[in-house]
Design a protein around this ligand. Sequence first.
Ligand SMILES: Cc1cc2nc3c(=O)[nH]c(=O)nc-3n(C[C@H](O)[C@H](O)[C@H](O)COP(=O)(O)OP(=O)(O)OC[C@H]3O[C@@H](n4cnc5c(N)ncnc54)[C@H](O)[C@@H]3O)c2cc1C
Length: 450
Amino acid sequence: MSYSIKSRGKTGILFTNWSNTFFCRPELFFVPENVHHLKEIIRLAHLENKKIRVVGCGHSPSDIACSKDYLISLRQFDRILHVDPERHQVKVEGGVMVVDLISYLEKHGLALRIAGSVSSLTLAGAICTATHGSGVNFGNLSTLVVSMEILTSAGEIIEVSRDNDLELFQAACCSLGALGIIISITYQCEKAYSLELNQYPCPLHTVLENLEVHLKSSEHFRFLWFPHTPGTVVSHINRTTKKIVMPSRLSKWHSWFWEYLVGYYVLELSYYISTLIPSSVPFINRLFYNLLYSKPRKRVDQSQNIFNFECLFKQYVNEWSIPIDKTATVLIELENWFSQNTDVRAHFPIEVRFVKGDDLLISPSHGRDSCYINIIMYRPYGKLVDYIKYWNAYEDIMTQNGGRPHWAKAHKVGPMQLKEMYPMYAKFCQIRKKLDPTDTFVNSYMERIL
Ligand SMILES: Cc1cc2nc3c(=O)[nH]c(=O)nc-3n(C[C@H](O)[C@H](O)[C@H](O)COP(=O)(O)OP(=O)(O)OC[C@H]3O[C@@H](n4cnc5c(N)ncnc54)[C@H](O)[C@@H]3O)c2cc1C
């Protein structure tokens, strides 16, 4: 039986992540159509002593979704199985994309409670890495899981929920894809709502001095800092009953001109030129801050259109979480480090977001309200840029301030350090080993952290 499933596996596939920064050539690439196929793949893996990884949309900027043995895409598991309008819950298959879920929910008068910068992710992938948005009273996307069905390496389907087995649930909601294959998710949503964005420029030190006030004065506060400049752009976002005004043709054209022609194409060209003249980066950051963000802006739109924003072109990113009360310390340390290391030219933005603490075993917000600081270096037209010195300094600063790396992003943290960062790390490892004693779902990313 297993040998017929083998013939469904494609050879010679090159998998690259969204940023083209990591790739793998799995021995076999599967796009199964049903749970029976999945069970057969697991059986085949045991027979041939192979490892398995499931890939979502491959948006993780690391090798977390890579496999040299079997790689499985659940793109055929993309059905919405059930909507519960009373509880505002939805049950979906493990390969559903967030963007499709959002449009489905909209038709039923529902919406996600929170979203990250983009929605071209699978819900399972987003949950596995504890993808987050911003809002100190809102947890990451994993915290909204009601229950999940997971196919384990023993070929059994287990249902995990808070009521069934609390610790297993707390491990499964941020599992790095290491507990098994998530084949369905029941997810907590809420009634559809609009958001009002109030965005304005503000100096970094003013934001930091008034951080408490900012955090309390809107539901989804976030800000972007433009390194080598004192400038930030602050976004306060709140639920609103105000009407959505459809943009006129002229304002659509205006947005396209500034957000795409200038904010994307001219920026990419400018950063490309800066690879030849590195000292121009601070000038570029200042110029684009003044061009794009120096004027206040208000907008009412559907929730996902405000949560999501244009993440532009290919990039290296690094993101860690720190306890929320370390926000100002870390950003000031980073600012001082830039002024002492003038050979390092950082691209904008440095994105600062806030997430409510939770009880998931290895969520980066475990046990504490957190600030996430995301740094970026673009790769204009795919050109390699130097980021190592910047990354090392950032990671040192984050580590010294109680930082924990975002699981989706490339990091160098090993098991000893992880045990210090996460009080429940050993428990997570125990649960993983119990569920996957054959290490079937362990890839090279997992090998480095276990
Ligand atoms: C442009 C961009 C913007 C982003 N914005 C944000 C943001 O705002 N906030 C944030 O926190 N992160 C952000 N990220 C990171 C992103 O949310 C995570 O990388 C997320 O995990 C990607 O989802 P994916 O479907 O692409 O999963 P993949 O990257 O394909 O996989 C992620 C993990 O999930 C596992 N997995 C996927 N499906 C299953 C399944 N069915 N069963 C078991 N395991 C599974 C994989 O094995 C892997 O371990 C961003 C990334 C990009 C490229």
